[in-house]
Unconditional design. Sequence first.
Length: 320
Amino acid sequence: MAKQEKVKLNLLDCTPVREPDLKWTEDENGIITLHRTHTTFTDRLAHKITKKPLRQSHIKLEEFGSFLWKAMDGRTTLRDVAAQLKEEFGEKAKIAVKRGVTAMKWDPFGKNYLQISNAELDKALKCIQAVREAVGDKVDLLIEAHGRFDVPTGIKIAQEVAQFKPMFLEEPVPPNNLEALKAVRDKSPVAISAGERLYTRFDYNELFRLRAADYIQPDISHAGGIMELKKIAAIAEANYIPFAPHNPSGPIANAATLQLAACCPNFCILEIMYSDVDYRKMITNENLEYKDGRIKIGDKPGLGIELNEEDTYLYYSFIR
């Protein structure tokens, strides 16, 4: 499964930073511009290598679920897969299908939080419709809500997206109240997935008790590692709940989750980063074989992947 691919950032143009290090402004068109307020280690490294002046970078986030990151000097550009309008989502979905993608997940709900107006919901529905019409019925659509709506809004969204036959609606409400999640699931005509922000089998025990989700999505980096996820998946298996790990992560987490998927009978689908930052291929010897919506699990020892420690240090400010 591939999420909507994000744009890449040139190492010497822009560095991801923590939220407190940003300030933001919004123009009359609803475009939010984030301004980094200080230089980072990578800025200083870039200055040392290129002898170019230190500068602040600007990040623009377009509405409607698409991310547009662009350094102000124009040298960092959108990847060819980023989309802004509903028609573009349809065209990019066709490209993904040609690459062998058989399921795709994205968040069409823009910057809405807790509630969504009818006009904004209509935008989201048109986006989903454009993708469904572009890919037909043979591709699964997974609709991401990022855990940010209240109960009645989550129910409303679930009822409206049902017409497009999604595989599931992910995290319609915040993760800190499983009763709220159950309230949405009880009235949802589509399957509900959740769990990326639950920790250990003890958190999951409450989700199972409530029957609050149809698919579980533990994250191997959050929930306790391989053995803890194996236990969570086994409990889900006994409850006939599919195991769909959360995995918008790097090569190590991906390799570990693939090994886990191979030994869980109720494994269903794995989230992956179809494309990622350029330095991903530099920090490990990852060599994924992806074809027709499937990844071949290799037979190398351990996780089947090795870390290039020296190269990893070069990108420390990105991954810390």
